[in-house]
Design a binder for this molecule. Structure first.
Ligand code: PMP
Length: 360
């Protein structure tokens, strides 16, 4: 069978050259006579792969020396709790900007561990826009300001970095990291589940400014504490070796493809092509305000929802898969991560036009 164009929101499409490399070295990795999955995380070979992955990620995102890069487990969801444990005491205040499902989840978890306040909430626009930062309620004594640069479900993306003054800015970048150039210096903590632009599920990347490491409150589980993890090179216990290795190959691929500048331009072009197809048709619609439409996750609806099933069925027959929208919003969603080629987007647009012509 041919490879499909996989529009899944995550776990998501990976670059074909990476998958082929994994296949080539699966049973005999680096001449070890075994796969990377069978190798000790303490072996010289694995340590060199792990270190190279960090070096390449630092190059890709131009991460300054004053930041630690951690390769953890537990997903972004574990970081919803790890952030308050590392950055604040139980009675401290932190501010959360709520722009959709994932920021709501981060807020709810934050509330369990500190005084989490809503700095702004996009409920009035039904989470289709970003509240104007001039109206955000920010505490000058807040331990951090948390936001979600890209809402994977709602398709709302910040095309700017909010100003947080001296308050550390914390970002859940799960579905936007590596999609474009990023000024890491603006952030206190960046975290991301790997299963979109980084690699396989099971790995979580945390980029944390030095001064925020070593401040965890008493009672923080050591696996969640950034300091012992940083000191142990993210090997306090057995790390997700296979996912880490694949992530390293993805970083090499991204560098070979031209790095973040090239990736950003490509992603902008892909997103523009799909939004243009949606906007020039009366049959498809995207509810998100134009200035905060996601480059990575594009939700859209059909004028007649009774055709949703046929759309998905016929798309799948054309090799266009995983277009079903999240169960909480319905409709469709096309995720256009780095490994989705322009050809995939062009094929989707052609299919949409043809479907509209026949059924619209
Ligand atoms: N935040 C965002 C923005 C996400 O898209 C997701 C997963 N889709 C999560 C958090 C949760 O990530 P994980 O499953 O790695 O815990």
């Amino acid at each position: 069978m041919e490879r499909v164009y996989n529009f899944s929101a995550g776990p998501a499409v990976l670059p074909l050259p990476v998958l082929e490399r994994v296949k080539d070295e699966l049973t005999d990795w680096h001449g070890c006579g075994m796969s990377v999955m069978e190798a000790s995380h303490r072996s010289k070979e694995f340590i060199s792969v792990a270190e190279r992955a960090e070096v390449d990620l630092r190059r890709l995102l131009d991460i300054p020396e004053s930041y630690r890069v951690l390769f953890l487990q537990g997903g972004a969801t574990t970081q919803f709790g790890a952030v308050p444990f590392n950055l604040a005491g139980p009675g401290d205040r932190a501010d959360y900007v709520v722009t959709g499902s994932w920021s709501k989840k981060a807020l709810a978890e934050g509330r369990r561990f500190l005084r989490a306040e809503v700095a702004a909430d996009a409920a009035a626009s039904r989470y289709t826009s970003i509240p104007d930062p001039s109206g955000w309620q920010l505490g000058s004594d807040s331990a951090y300001l948390h936001y979600t640069p890209n809402e994977t479900i709602g398709g709302v993306e910040f095309h700017f970095v909010p100003e947080a003054g001296d308050v550390p800015l914390v970002a859940d970048m799960s579905s936007t990291i590596l999609s474009r150039p990023l000024d890491v210096r603006r952030f206190g903590v960046i975290y991301a589940g790997a299963q979109k632009n980084i690699g396989p599920a099971g790995l979580t990347v945390v980029i944390v400014r030095d001064d925020l490491v070593g401040r965890a409150r008493d009672g923080t589980p050591q696996m969640m504490d950034y300091l012992p993890q940083a000191e142990a090179g993210s090997m306090l216990n057995t790390p997700a070796t296979f996912a880490w290795y694949v992530a390293g190959l993805v970083f090499q691929w991204a560098l070979e493809e031209g790095g973040m500048q090239a990736m950003g331009e490509r992603n902008r072009r892909k997103a523009e092509a799909l939004y243009a197809a949606i906007d020039t048709s009366d049959f498809y619609a995207n509810p998100v305000a134009v200035d905060c439409r996601s480059w990575m996750n594009v939700p859209f609806t059909l004028a007649d929802p009774s055709l949703d099933g046929a759309f998905l069925e016929e798309a799948k027959r054309e090799g266009l898969t995983n277009l079903k929208g999240h169960r909480s919003v319905g409709g469709m969603r096309a995720s256009l991560y780095n490994a989705m080629p322009q050809d995939g987007v062009d094929a989707l647009v052609a299919f949409m036009r043809e479907f509209e012509r026949r059924r619209g």
